[in-house]
Design a protein around this ligand. Sequence first.
Ligand code: ATP
Length: 319
Amino acid sequence: MSYLRHTAGRGRRRNMASMTAVVETEGLTKFYGRRKGLEDLTLQIQPGEVFGYLGPNGAGKTTTIRLLLDVIRPTSGRATVLGADTRDSAVRGRIGYLPGELALEGRERAHDFLNFMADVRGGVSRGRIDELAERLDADLSIRMGQLSKGNKQKVGLIQAFMHEPELLILDEPTSGLDPLVQQEFLAMVREVRTSGRTVLMSSHVLAEVQNVADRVGIVRSGRLVAVEDVAALRERAVRHVEFHFDAPVPREAFEGLPGVRDVTVEGANLRCTIDGRPDALIKAAAKFTVVHMVSSEPDLEEIFLTYYSEEAPRAHAGA
Ligand SMILES: Nc1ncnc2c1ncn2[C@@H]1O[C@H](COP(=O)(O)OP(=O)(O)OP(=O)(O)O)[C@@H](O)[C@H]1O
């Protein structure tokens, strides 16, 4: 099946009247004068789903997010969020939003700002803010204008998460966060999913979302070029594998196995690359005595770039 065919067109054929989708767009298009921001986006995001929205700079991610939040209005097409038209302001309180560029300035301290936001939203305990601040290792005593980029991002995340919204829309949420805090943030996203709530998060790179997203959409030059299940991508991804046996093994036993390539045998050691499922290789290896085995994490970025690079977008379309 063509991965590229599995994209916007397929979404368009779905029943747009479906009431279950948390985010639903049809032919959503935005031109800034003559400059294209987004063209003909048809997409559905389901409840409890974490959707990674990926693309290079200027692809149209922020435009999409701003359209969903009614910060800007579409040139054509339509979108609903939590079952309501994006223009329906009543839905806003049910969404947590992290903008890509946070304008947190001034002499106010971060905790005063967050307490204010909590009051505006209602129903957010002071303990909840402290809990999130602790998890993200955020110092809320600093004045907003003096916050580092990373601390600004943490304050932005706290205000997005604190009222436990049904939908989180996060524009480049990991930007500026150190690796430990990124891990904590991803844990928070998983908790949102576990509670049946929904997340749309944008990123430049698959690696940032691959461990948390259920599906990824890839947008390029204002067009959604693919939507993929991360589990399916993982199955197709390339892995480098090494086996160490208790005695030398014949190379022929591992050559020509489905999905196995670059086979190197040196005595009792085997190295190879697997495309997709490792099943055939494991069954072949099991005929010998395995002492030790190492398998690299699947490199989804590799497959991502192979399938969706601008230069050769159809290279694997029939795979
Ligand atoms: N206010 C605006 N006026 C004119 N053009 C705009 C405006 N906002 C965005 N664009 C253009 O629309 C296109 C999509 O931009 P957008 O900000 O949505 O991309 P992005 O995927 O979020 O990129 P980045 O990762 O750099 O934030 C780009 O060509 C951009 O220059």
